[in-house]
Design a protein around this ligand. Structure first.
Ligand code: KG4
Ligand code: ZN
Length: 360
């Protein structure tokens, strides 16, 4: 079967045709119109501009997704769309477009949660190297940081989350202050690598070696962990962010030059260790044998490296999507849409977008 899927929850307009044959998915097309260059001018996503850009892009990328996949609307079995969570105006564009397309072509409509979509990225591996529920998914993006228990493909429970800011937002914000253009995550990742290399040299487990290094012990960049100090699996990135901002202010007030790479390495170290700590606790508590890393921040090389170490230590399997599928895209919505479809979970013309999270 072929699913035509849409994603427009933030600053990426995407349309994709995902096919399901046997027990495997094939991504026939995955067209992404990114608005990053537009929002870069403002240092972050401007919701109203995002909505307008989605409207401008959605028709043409739909034609392109069908053309690249070499299928017609007649060959589409269902239309799937992100309905929540996200920027409300941005979501409404995708939802209304998908609704109109489904009604006009007499196709079933499936509503997909964006976070479930990010988790479903892990099912897209063409070799069939995919996690099987139950497993834990760490979903890290610009708007979310959570640990989810995937009990079944369409039954997902939130077991831990950020109590304030998301990890991706924190990289973007701190990165912007130290001069990395929006979205700063990728640049922050590269700068941190320089910092780790300076501190411990190039190696596979530099994150663990770093803790023993002089750069760490010097205390120049003492920063708090985002792992909440209790038995929960929750995070708090606001404390880490504030401490980092205060530290940067101090450098500015003293007129001292910031060793940017060392600072980025220490910030990344605390962020990644905090996340790995809570994930480790959740793995023990739920006794799962598989974990998955998803969302835009899953592209972070240090986090990928650290979770590979964690999985090895816990003797469990880690699934990480290719970097090209970590960010927002419609193929992931198509994959989750398939599982909602086979459960008969259809939406109708009353489908509305919602800015809020629905996974509890
Ligand atoms: O999933 P996504 O595309 O959009 C949301 O749903 O938020 O995630 C975007 C986030 C941004 O904060 C971006 O800076 C971050 O993912 N990101 C990274 C990396 N690549 C993208 N963060 C850290 N390291 C990266 N390599
Ligand atoms: Zn996302």
């Amino acid at each position: 079967m072929n699913i035509l899927a849409f994603e427009s929850s933030c600053d990426e307009t995407s349309a994709s045709v995902v096919a399901r044959e046997g027990d495997k998915f094939t991504v026939k097309s995955n067209i992404i119109a990114s608005q990053v260059e537009t929002h870069k001018l403002y240092g972050g996503v401007v919701p109203e501009i995002a909505s307008r850009a989605h409207i401008e892009a959605i028709s043409s990328i739909t034609y392109e997704a069908l053309k690249v996949a070499d299928v017609t609307m007649d060959e589409i079995d269902a239309v799937a769309v992100t309905a929540n969570p996200g920027l409300i105006g941005a979501l409404l564009v995708g939802v209304n477009f998908a609704k109109a397309l489904a009604i006009a072509n007499n196709k079933p409509l499936v509503s997909v949660d964006h976070i479930k979509g990010h988790i479903a990225t892990c099912y897209l591996d063409t070799e069939g190297n995919v996690p099987t529920p139950p497993f834990l998914a760490l979903t890290v993006s610009g708007g979310h940081t959570g640990i989810y228990l995937v009990e079944d493909y369409d039954k997902i429970k939130l077991v831990g989350s950020t109590r304030d800011d998301a990890i991706g937002e924190s990289f973007d914000k701190i990165g912007r202050i130290i001069g990395i253009p929006y979205p700063a995550g990728k640049g922050f990742d590269a700068l941190s690598k320089e910092g780790f290399n300076e501190a411990v040299g190039e190696c596979d487990d530099y994150l663990s070696k770093y803790k023993k290094s002089l750069a760490y012990k010097s205390g120049a960049f003492t920063l708090p962990s985002p792992a909440v100090k209790d038995d929960s699996f929750d995070f708090s990135f606001s404390g880490l962010k504030t401490a980092a901002i205060n530290l940067l202010h101090r450098y500015e007030q003293l007129g001292e030059e910031l060793p940017r790479a060392q600072f980025a390495a220490r910030y990344t170290f605390e962020a990644v260790e905090g996340v790995a700590k809570k994930l480790g606790m959740a793995i023990d508590a739920y006794g799962v044998k598989e974990i998955a890393l998803c969302g835009g921040v899953a592209a972070n090389s240090h986090l990928r490296n650290r979770l590979a170490m964690l999985a090895k230590e816990k003797k469990i399997k880690l699934y990480v999507p290719p970097v090209s599928l970590c960010g927002d895209n419609a193929a992931m919505i198509g994959a989750q849409g398939y599982y909602e479809y086979i459960q008969g979970k259809f939406a109708d013309s009353s489908l509305n977008a919602s800015a809020s999270d629905t996974i509890e």
